[in-house]
Design a protein around this ligand. Structure first.
Ligand SMILES: NC(=O)c1ccc[n+]([C@@H]2O[C@H](COP(=O)([O-])OP(=O)(O)OC[C@H]3O[C@@H](n4cnc5c(N)ncnc54)[C@H](OP(=O)(O)O)[C@@H]3O)[C@@H](O)[C@H]2O)c1
Length: 333
């Protein structure tokens, strides 16, 4: 065991795009677990778009990240020392310990994982929070029916790739939107979506209309801005729109001015924001269903791995520019 714990703290709040100056690395002694607590050595850190939102000091669905504290985030790691009878050294766990190499958590805040069945890192992605977001957003709000057309943005990413594949299993025509030919080729050739529109090609509306000859019945929105506005133009009557994320706006200093709300009215569209925490009581059910699909080879999955905690800030900056290709992770050991 190294003699110290390295941590990444939030040093300052970004104005617009995140920069490396917004973070500070510190080395501190490794903490010891008290009664009911567990010391974990983190192996994988998840980088997620929501982290950008937490860096702002604004009211949201959870309180902001505090300055000079360890950056928020989920990790997967190994129990080193335990004062909770539910865990023993060597156990693999999902944790809320954030951007650090070691951490002490209450046993009640840890989730045991079975890394013999599914790779440990998948608990941060396809069978973790992003996969469950896709599962509940699609099934509980999108409510896909066979023969319907679904459009999902950030289609090659952690949430979008799962949404599209689950919608294919449900019998939908699935159209992805992604940035660049390489991502679009992957979405069609590997994930087997019916079409994928490269929004960076400069012809978003016409390309989307060509890919959706029968209009759009379900929009699964991960990006927002012009992508949502143009998708709204193609919506069918009684369409559903899942507002899962607005990543195109996270670094923006001004909100995007939406112009297509009229489509919501005339088409009687149901548009609903979702936060995956609302299904917390049903995580086990979703995790198990997703794991079965992964084991059966019905869900493909891709990871984008950065090595070393020191590189985590660069990883988040890149994620918010679409530089990741699949679920963004930091390998810590
Ligand atoms: N509501 C919830 O409970 C919940 C939970 C998890 C995630 N989310 C949301 O779901 C969305 C996807 O998250 P994820 O973890 O799966 O990330 P991801 O899709 O793996 O990665 C983010 C992707 O967003 C796209 N992107 C980034 N910046 C962009 C920009 N300025 N304009 C357009 N596209 C941009 C990029 O894809 P392209 O290169 O294809 O553009 C990038 O690869 C995010 O909005 C996130 O906040 C919501």
């Amino acid at each position: 065991m190294t003699a110290f714990n390295r941590q990444v703290l939030l040093a300052s709040r970004p104005h617009g795009a995140v920069t490396e100056d917004n973070f500070r690395l510190v080395d501190v002694p490794i903490a010891h677990p008290g009664l009911g607590e567990v010391l974990v050595k983190n192996e994988w850190l998840s980088l997620d778009p929501y982290m950008r939102g937490r860096m702002n000091d604004v009211k949201s669905y959870v309180p902001p990240q505090k300055l000079d504290e360890v950056m928020v985030g989920q990790t997967v790691g190994e129990v080193v020392e335990s004062n909770d009878t539910s865990f023993k050294p060597g156990d693999r766990v999902l944790t809320p310990l954030g951007w650090q190499l070691y951490g002490v958590a209450k046993g009640t805040d840890l989730t045991s994982i079975d890394a013999t069945r599914i790779p440990a890192s998948y608990y941060l992605g396809i069978v973790g929070m992003p996969g469950m977001t896709a599962w509940f957003g699609l099934n509980e709000i999108g409510k896909p029916k066979s023969g319907e057309t679904l459009v999902v943005s950030a289609a090659s990413g952690a949430v979008g790739s799962v949404v599209g594949q689950l919608a294919k299993i449900a019998g939908c025509r699935v159209v992805g939107i992604a940035g660049g030919k390489t991502k679009c080729d992957y979405v069609i050739d590997e994930l087997h979506f019916d079409a994928c529109v490269d929004y960076k090609a400069g012809n978003l509306f016409d390309d989307l209309r060509a890919a959706c000859p029968d209009g759009v019945d379900i929009g699964f929105e991960n990006v927002g801005g012009a992508i949502l506005d143009n998708t709204l133009r193609l919506m069918n009557r009684y369409a559903r729109v899942v507002i899962c994320g607005l990543v195109a706006e996270y670094n923006a200093t001004q909100p995007y001015g939406y112009t297509r709300l009229r489509s919501v009215l005339v088409n009687r569209i149901k548009m609903q924001g979702m936060i995956v925490f609302d299904w917390h009581d049903r995580y086990a059910e979703a995790r198990e269903a997703l794991a079965r699909h992964v084991i059966a080879g019905q869900l493909k999955y891709r990871e984008s791995v950065i090595v070393g905690l020191d590189n985590a800030p660069r990883g988040l900056i890149g994620l918010l520019k679409g530089e990741n290709f699949g679920k963004q992770l930091v390998k810590l050991t």
